[in-house]
Design a protein around this ligand. Structure first.
Ligand SMILES: Nc1ncnc2c1ncn2[C@@H]1O[C@H](COP(=O)(O)OP(=O)(O)OP(=O)(O)O)[C@@H](O)[C@H]1O
Ligand SMILES: [Mg+2]
Length: 509
């Protein structure tokens, strides 16, 4: 909304003459400003223009038949908008001008000194912008302080409740353990136990909000978490809602508690879905935001009913909900705690009927050298390479995935060679930098899978996990270049070293 060059400036001109209003606009355009204007000469027009099409600036003649600048100024004050108000008049006494300035007019320009008008408008628009930014910051600060003190209160309550709940849970467990299977009290105790568990879950959310719950941050790629969320929600979201993702390529890594981030996204999606009872669009996007502090932005955007200022102002408070029947009002407050704990920021952009954007900014985890450019998959091992992990044992697969993520890779984990091959063959938007696979699996060995994979990606670095001695195959033959074996069980460091080695030999050949 700055004057000149940028966007158009929208003026409300209080003026009884069409010609004079046009004259002002023409003058501004000659001065290099892009302006749209509307003219009003009666109170009701002014009120309507202010409230429905809120202009950037009000220019007013001093005296019109049945209306005056003092009234226009009064109406502006009542509207609550902080807009520059500039008098432009052919005849105004110093006394009158001074009175209007005291009442809040920002400046006055005489019609025979119109060259002043453009610089005055530019200055006033700039200052109005600064006032808005200042107010925005003050508001954020006040909100942060309020949420902080709420956090301390909630944290204290949650601690006491946790102790109570621990005893309730412990005692019911003991009672249940000692009770015969057919005891008539069993059912009642089981209900108590279930509810106590729910209570414990609620207090855990409160502790996250008050940042007293220890979180488990790991370095991860938010795209992977969003993709997981999308997979989980596929089908659960309802056909009348169009759910899409817009993921940045080579997204910078962030450090945050993975399961909390998942939960957070699920809650945001649930909120959006509830705001769109008659359908609409929902998009999760990610982006790198370079700057003094490089940030990774995750945004969840819906075309739902939006929020009033009052709801928006309270949405992060624990237990604030507009859905008394189904909501507990802990979703956004927990999100606030998780994001703050990760050193980030979360904000709501919404207005009634205009949809909602929830924007999360998390500090990017970059070495200073990386800050300027996205991770390069062929650079150093652990530089964000995509690695396909194939392993049929759930626990081992999860473990390998975790180790790889810790090491700075982006693993895609699959439970069987068949679906791995499908993914390799169709591509599905993925390009893999390495394959880490179990040796003995149903249907196909890891070696067979590796050979098939190399049909599409020749020289694909491969690490095979097996119970056999590293280096040689069961039948004694050695492995092709860029393939290696690692013996189970292995430590994280052994795995990461082995992956780094196959990546290096593959790139050297
Ligand atoms: N996308 C959205 N569109 C409109 N209003 C929203 C949106 N997201 C949140 N809100 C408002 O903010 C309130 C608080 O959200 P929050 O997720 O904290 O709690 P909840 O969804 O009501 O309950 P819970 O998440 O515990 O089930 C909601 O009740 C709703 O009024
Ligand atoms: Mg919610």
């Amino acid at each position: 909304m700055t004057a000149g060059g940028g966007p158009r400036v929208r003026l409300l001109i209080c003026e009884d003459s069409d010609d004079d209003a046009l004259l002002i606009a023409t003058h501004l355009r000659r001065g290099g400003m892009e302006v749209d204007y509307e003219r009003a000469e009666r109170a009701e027009h002014v009120v309507e223009a202010l409230n429905q099409r809120t202009p950037d600036l009000v220019i007013s003649d001093f005296h019109m038949p049945g209306f005056g600048a003092d009234q226009a100024l009064e109406l502006l004050r009542e509207s609550g908008y902080d807009l520059p108000f500039i008098l432009v008049s052919g005849r105004i006494g110093e006394e009158e001008a001074a009175t209007l300035m005291r009442a809040g007019a920002h400046d006055f320009v005489l019609k025979d000194r119109m060259t002043r008008l453009v610089p005055v408008i530019r200055r006033e628009l700039d200052q109005a912008q600064q006032r808005r930014e200042h107010r925005g910051m003050q508001q954020k600060l006040r909100q942060a302080e309020r949420l902080d003190s709420l956090g301390r209160l909630a944290g204290g309550i949650a601690h006491d409740f946790n102790n109570l709940l621990a005893v309730i849970l412990g005692r019911t467990d003991l009672e249940l353990a000692d009770m015969p299977e057919d005891d008539p009290h069993r059912e009642g105790l089981t209900v108590i136990r279930t509810l106590a568990e729910r209570g414990a879950d609620l207090t855990r959310h409160l502790l996250v909000f008050s940042r007293q719950e220890p979180l488990h941050p790991e370095t991860l790629n938010a795209n992977d978490v969003v993709a997981d969320t999308e997979r989980v929600l596929h089908g659960a979201i309802g056909e009348d809602i169009e759910f899409t993702t817009r993921l940045a390529e080579e997204l910078w890594p962030v450090r945050i508690d993975r399961s909390e981030l998942e939960r957070l996204l699920l809650n945001l999606v649930a909120n959006s879905r509830r705001a769109m009872p008659h359908g609409g669009q929902l998009q999760i996007g990610t982006a790198n935001v370079p700057g003094e502090t490089a940030m990774v932005r995750i945004s969840v955007e819906d075309t739902g009913g939006g929020m009033s200022d009052e709801v928006k102002g309270r949405a992060f408070e624990p237990f604030f909900t507009t859905d008394a029947a189904a909501g507990t009002g802990l979703g956004l407050s927990t999100a606030y705690g998780v994001v703050k704990a990760a050193g980030g920021d979360i904000g709501l952009f919404s207005r009634p009927g205009g949809g909602t954007i929830v924007r999360i900014d998390l500090p990017a985890r970059l070495s200073p050298a990386e800050a300027g450019r996205p991770a390069d998959p062929s650079a150093e091992p652990g530089g964000g390479q995509r690695v396909l992990v194939v392993e049929d044992d759930d626990a081992v697969r999860d473990l390998v995935g975790m180790m790889m993520r810790r090491g700075g890779y982006r693993p895609v984990c699959l439970p069987d060679p068949g679906s791995a091959l499908d993914l390799i063959r169709t591509g599905d938007g993925h390009r893999f930098d390495a394959l880490v696979t179990d040796m003995v699996m149903a249907g196909m060995t890891g070696l067979e899978l590796a050979r098939a994979a190399r049909g599409r990606y020749p020289e694909l670095p491969v690490l095979i996990m097996s119970g056999y001695t590293a280096g040689t195959l069961p039948d004694g033959t050695s492995l092709p270049d860029g393939m290696a074996l690692i013996r189970k069980p292995f430590t994280k460091d052994a795995l990461l070293n082995a992956v780094a080695r196959v990546l290096k030999t593959a790139h050297a050949s």
